[in-house]
Design a protein around this ligand. Structure first.
Ligand SMILES: Nc1nc2c([nH]c(=O)n2[C@H]2C[C@H](O)[C@@H](COP(=O)(O)OP(=O)(O)OP(=O)(O)O)O2)c(=O)[nH]1
Length: 131
């Protein structure tokens, strides 16, 4: 099972989404930025490292949401989402095709990686309950 961590980064009521590039698996689909955990690293360390590597920004994970398991044709992943603070840096698209800061209302309009659908739902529920 491949463990993938992803960050739900919020700023001014919007959330950061990234679109996978033509070269990546699950190409052109939208996701929360992140990537695979490496051996010996904690979820926090892996998430901070991945976001720095692919977007050049600093994030601080602060709240773990329920992981979602998803079987892709050649590999099964468990996707582990963290609400995360944006700690600075300017976004550079070092691996992705595009990024957006989307409002919760807009999230349903994106063509998501299938593993993210339940995570988007859980996030929307959380936003609703915040009032
Ligand atoms: N980062 C990320 N990956 C996701 C999400 N949803 C989802 O199904 N995935 C899948 C896509 C890939 O199959 C896998 C993550 O692989 P990746 O290619 O982004 O990770 P990585 O940068 O560590 O990969 P690699 O190039 O070193 O192989 O998880 C998501 O929200 N964020």
């Amino acid at each position: 099972m491949i463990e993938v961590v992803c960050a739900i980064v919020e700023q001014h009521g919007r959330v950061l989404l990234t679109q996978r590039s033509e070269q990546m698996r699950e190409s052109m689909l939208w996701e929360f930025p992140g990537g695979k955990l490496e051996a010996g690293e904690t979820e926090h360390q892996g998430l901070v490292r991945e976001i720095k590597e692919e977007l050049g920004i600093d994030v601080q994970p602060y709240h773990r949401l329920d992981p979602v398991q998803h079987p892709y044709p050649n590999h099964t992943i468990v996707l582990i989402p963290y609400l995360s603070h944006y700690n600075g840096g300017v976004i550079s698209l070092l691996e992705h095709r595009a990024y957006r800061w989307a409002t919760p209302d807009e999230l349903a309009d994106f063509n998501w990686c299938p593993a993210d659908v339940l995570i988007v739902e859980a996030y929307l529920e959380l936003v609703k309950n915040r009032g």
